[in-house]
Design a protein around this ligand. Structure first.
Ligand code: GLU
Length: 381
């Protein structure tokens, strides 16, 4: 059964801290940060490993460089991140060191965790993080905004934190934000809006609620928090959205402060490491639209065969991540392409026994356009 867990019972927790909590007009909110560091010290003393994903570089750099109050251009943002990241690292270093903790800074680009070509970097990053944790250090992670281009970036730390959580098989992801959690409607618009305390299933209704909600100053708002919840729960990791505005924000969660919990059923979510990796991939190279029969087959745990494919978009190679859509346009799965897009277009709609001839192989080809071992359902129709 899915159930709420005590934060203190977890072995590994990723905590994402939003910019609006850390940075105020006068700079870093050090008094608050000290209470978070104290919570982290308590958890680590109890045997829990903690990883931090911290935003705030751009907000700090913006302040320090006296940049104007308008949307910044890419190079201005990157300059702000370069200046702000040093300040952010300093703040974490001071806060954690005063509790005798040893912080480690890790700046990642999307290439380090996404795509088949990033698999080596992914494994390397994971090894380094594992080693840091075994050395009792506290990794403080952010996107390397200074080198990320607008196209190749996570763009928000909610999903980055979820990717880190899946990468190192955390038990829990906590997104500290400036709102208590997901409300049925934006509470600023409707005083009767209700906080949803427990979510066992991320239904289209939940996604709709998030779409209308504005959250903190971070890039993501509520939409990317729900995306993060999908990535985490699919990998068997529970997630909490909670307001970090209180002092001792982690202790407050165990004391029962309002929050939204996304629960996961660990026993049924025990997918292989490869499937967890596939399900966490944010970028897809293309998409396949499939018929009703194929949707049913996928829901029953079968592979996707060419005969069920009715449309193909994008240009992808074998091994690239591709999305799978039902004929009504709903995205239902993602997986690794068994064929490149050119061959896939040739064989789509054909039966398995016809493939070899169509492709002129002279031997029996692969039957599956996406093999079930390389496929993860993301939403049922
Ligand atoms: N990486 C950005 C920063 O440190 C924050 C991204 C986000 O707010 O999610 O400023």
């Amino acid at each position: 059964m899915s159930k709420r867990i005590s934060v203190h019972d977890c072995q590994r927790i990723v905590i994402k801290v939003g910019s609006s909590l850390l940075v105020e007009n006068s700079g870093i909110n050090q008094a608050w940060l000290a209470t978070l560091a104290s919570d982290i010290r308590t958890l680590i003393s109890g045997g829990t490993q903690i990883l931090l994903v911290s935003s705030g570089a751009i907000a700090l750099g913006h302040r320090l460089l006296n940049l104007p109050n308008r949307p910044l251009q890419l190079d201005e943002n990157q300059a702000a991140a370069a200046v702000g990241q040093i300040e952010l690292g300093k703040a974490w270093s001071e806060a954690l060191c005063s509790y005798s903790l040893v912080p480690a800074q890790i700046l990642l680009t999307v290439n380090d965790t996404e795509g088949w070509s990033g698999r080596r970097s992914y494994l390397n990053t994971r090894n380094t993080i594992e080693r840091l944790l075994s050395l009792r250090s506290v990794p403080v992670i952010n996107e390397n905004d200074t080198v990320a281009t607008s196209k190749i970036r996570y763009g928000d730390n909610d999903r980055l934190a979820a990717r880190i959580a899946t990468m190192i098989s955390a038990d829990l992801l906590i997104l500290l934000s400036d709102i208590d959690g997901l409300y049925t409607e934006p509470p600023t618009n409707n005083p009767d809006a209700r906080l949803i305390e427990i979510i066992n299933d991320i239904t289209p209704e939940i996604v709709r609620m998030a779409g209308s909600a504005k959250s903190d100053l971070s890039r993501g708002g509520m939409v990317t928090k729900i995306e993060a919840a999908k990535i985490a729960t699919r990998a068997g990791i529970s997630m909490i959205i909670s307001s970090g505005k209180r002092r001792f924000p982690i202790r407050s969660i165990d004391e029962g402060q309002p929050a939204t919990w996304f629960l996961t059923n660990q026993s049924t979510s025990r997918t292989s490491a490869r499937k967890i990796w596939i399900s966490g991939q944010l970028e897809t190279k293309g998409g396949l639209t499939v018929d009703q029969g194929a949707v049913r087959a996928l829901e029953n745990g079968k592979s996707l065969l060419p005969t069920g494919v009715i449309d193909i978009e994008g240009s992808f190679s074998r091994g690239d991540i591709i999305a799978i859509y039902a004929s009504n346009g709903v995205r239902i799965a993602q997986g690794l392409a068994g064929y490149d897009s050119r061959s896939a277009k040739l064989i789509m709609g054909y039966k398995s026994e016809e493939l070899s001839q169509i492709l002129g192989l002279g031997y029996e080809g692969r039957n599956e356009i996406v093999h079930r071992d390389n496929l993860v359902l993301t939403l049922s129709t």
